[in-house]
Design a binder for this molecule. Structure first.
Ligand code: ADP
Ligand code: MG
Length: 423
C-alpha cells in the first residue's frame, strides 16, 4: 500500500516536472523564434539561460565559418584578461569530444574526459572555472558551445537541469542558424541590388557622357574666347577662369564615366607586373619630384606575371599612384613592391597570387571614411571625381583579383592588389 502511494507520488512529481520543462521550452522557443538578428538573439538566449540556471558566469563561443576557430560571442562574469586565455579550434579535443558524444560535459564529473583534453584546453577550463560545457549543433556540425560557471561555491547543476540545458541549446542552435542564413540572404540581396544599379549606371553613363561632352566643349571655347576681352588683372577674368576650371572638372568626371564603360572590351594578354609599374612610374615621376616625394621601388628579381589588359591595369596603377601623391603634402615616400604570395585558403587549399602593394606616407584615411572610398563619386578633394578607386576596383574584379585598402589616419595608406598569378 505504502509502496503504491509512493509510486503514485513519484509519477505525479515526474509529470509535474515534465509540464514545467515543457513550459520552459515553450517559452524559450517563443522568445527566440521571432528574432532574426544574431546580436539580439544572443542577448535573449544568454539572459534566459542565466535566469533559469542562476549561473553568474557564462561564455558562448561560436565557430567562425570555414576557419575552424571558435571566438567569444558572449561573456558575462569574466574580465578581459580571463578571456585572453580562450583559444579553441574544431580540431581540439574538447570540440571533438562534444561532437562525438553529442552531450554536455560536466567538468568535475568527468575526470577521464578532462584528462583526455589537451594541456591548453585544461588550463583554459581551470582558469575560467568552467563547470559545464554544452555543445551547439547544426546539421552534424559543432557550431558553438556554451560554458556555465558560478562564483558561488555551492552552485550545482543536476541531471534534470543538464537535460533542460541541452534541449534549450538545440533550439538555440537552430535559431542562430536561421539568423545567420537570414543575414547572409540580406547581404546577398544588397550586393545584387548594388550590382544591378551599377550595371544600369554603366549603360546610362555612356549615352549621357556623349550628350554632355558636346555642349561642354562649346561652353569652354566660348568662355576661352571671352577671356580675351578682359585684362589680366580684372576680377571678371578670374570669374571666367573659375568657369573654365569647373568645366574641366565636369570633363574629368565624364572621362571617368566613359572609361568605366569602355572596359567592356577586355583584351587579356601576359603582363609582367614589374614592367607595368616601371611604365606607370614614368608618368608620375615628374609630379612626384615636384611634391618632394621619394619613390622607393625595386623591381622583383623574377618576372611576376598575370593575364590582363595592359591599358586597364596601367590605369589602376596610375589611379593609385596619383591618389598616393595627392595624399602626401610637404614631402614623403611612396613605396611600391611586386611579389608572388601563397595563402592558405581553407578548405580548398593553397592559393597563389601576384601582388602589387602601393604604400604612401600620406595623410591616411579616417576609419569612418574607409568603407566609403570605393563608392562611385565619393571624394574628399576639391577637384576630385570620386571615380578612381571605384573604377580601379571594377577593373581588378574583372581580372579575377581583389583590392584591399588599409589605412591609419595620419599614418599613411596601403593598397594591395591581388591578381591571379600566371605561372
Ligand atoms: N592613398 C590615399 N591616401 C589618403 N586618402 C585616399 C587615398 N586614396 C584614396 N583616398 C581617399 O579616397 C577618396 C576617393 O578616391 P578616388 O576614388 O581615387 O577619387 P578622387 O581621387 O577623385 O577623390 C579620395 O577622395 C580620398 O579621400
Ligand atoms: Mg583618385
Amino acid at each position: 500500500m505504502w509502496h503504491f502511494a509512493s509510486s503514485i507520488f513519484q509519477q505525479r512529481r515526474t509529470r509535474r516536472r515534465w509540464l514545467q520543462v515543457s513550459q520552459e521550452l515553450f517559452d524559450f522557443n517563443r522568445s527566440v523564434a521571432l528574432i532574426a538578428d544574431s546580436d539580439s538573439l544572443m542577448a535573449s538566449i544568454s539572459a534566459r539561460v542565466r535566469e533559469l540556471f542562476l549561473a553568474d558566469r557564462m561564455l558562448i563561443l561560436r565557430a567562425v565559418p570555414e576557419s575552424g576557430i571558435f571566438t567569444v560571442a558572449f561573456s558575462t562574469g569574466y574580465s578581459a584578461a580571463d578571456l585572453q586565455c580562450i583559444h579553441l579550434e574544431q580540431r581540439d579535443r574538447l570540440p571533438k569530444w562534444l561532437l562525438a558524444n553529442e552531450q554536455a560535459m560536466v567538468v568535475s564529473d568527468n575526470p577521464s574526459v578532462f584528462n583526455y583534453l589537451g594541456p591548453a584546453e585544461r588550463e583554459m577550463l581551470l582558469r575560467l572555472e568552467v563547470r559545464i560545457c554544452c555543445p551547439l549543433f547544426a546539421l552534424n556540425r559543432l557550431t558553438g558551445l556554451i560554458m556555465l560557471s558560478s562564483t558561488v561555491e555551492q552552485w550545482r547543476i543536476g541531471q534534470e537541469d543538464i537535460d533542460l540545458l541541452q534541449m534549450l541549446m538545440t533550439q538555440a542552435s537552430i535559431a542562430f542558424e536561421n539568423a545567420d542564413l537570414y543575414q547572409q540572404q540580406r547581404d546577398r540581396l544588397r550586393r545584387l541590388d548594388r550590382a544591378e544599379r551599377l550595371a544600369t549606371a554603366g549603360q546610362l553613363a555612356a549615352s549621357v557622357a556623349h550628350e554632355i561632352r558636346n555642349p561642354l566643349t562649346a561652353i569652354r571655347s566660348t568662355v576661352q574666347h571671352l577671356l580675351g576681352y578682359f585684362d589680366e588683372s580684372s576680377p571678371r577674368r578670374a570669374l571666367m577662369e573659375g568657369v573654365i576650371s569647373e568645366v574641366d572638372r565636369i570633363d574629368r568626371t565624364v572621362d571617368g564615366l566613359l572609361s568605366f564603360t569602355r572596359h567592356n572590351d577586355f583584351k587579356p594578354e601576359k603582363v609582367a607586373l614589374g614592367e607595368l609599374v616601371d611604365e606607370s612610374l614614368l608618368l608620375v615621376r615628374t609630379e612626384a619630384s615636384k611634391l618632394a616625394v621619394e619613390i622607393i621601388w625595386s623591381p622583383p628579381e623574377i618576372e611576376i606575371c598575370t593575364m590582363g589588359d595592359v591599358a586597364q591595369l596601367k590605369q589602376v596603377l596610375l589611379n593609385l599612384m596619383l591618389n598616393a601623391l595627392e595624399a602626401i603634402s610637404g614631402g614623403g615616400q611612396l613605396h611600391i613592391s611586386v611579389d608572388a604570395i601563397t595563402e592558405q585558403d581553407r578548405p580548398s587549399g593553397e592559393r597563389t597570387f601576384a601582388t602589387v602593394v602601393i604604400r604612401d606616407s600620406g595623410c591616411g584615411i579616417p576609419a569612418e571614411v574607409l568603407n566609403k572610398i570605393l563608392n562611385p563619386f565619393f571624394t574628399t578633394k576639391e577637384s576630385g571625381t570620386g571615380l578612381g578607386l571605384f573604377i580601379s576596383q571594377s577593373i581588378i574584379q574583372r581580372h579575377g583579383g581583389e583590392i584591399e585598402i588599409s589605412s591609419i589616419e595620419g599614418g599613411g595608406t596601403t593598397v594591395e592588389l591581388r591578381l591571379p598569378l600566371l605561372a
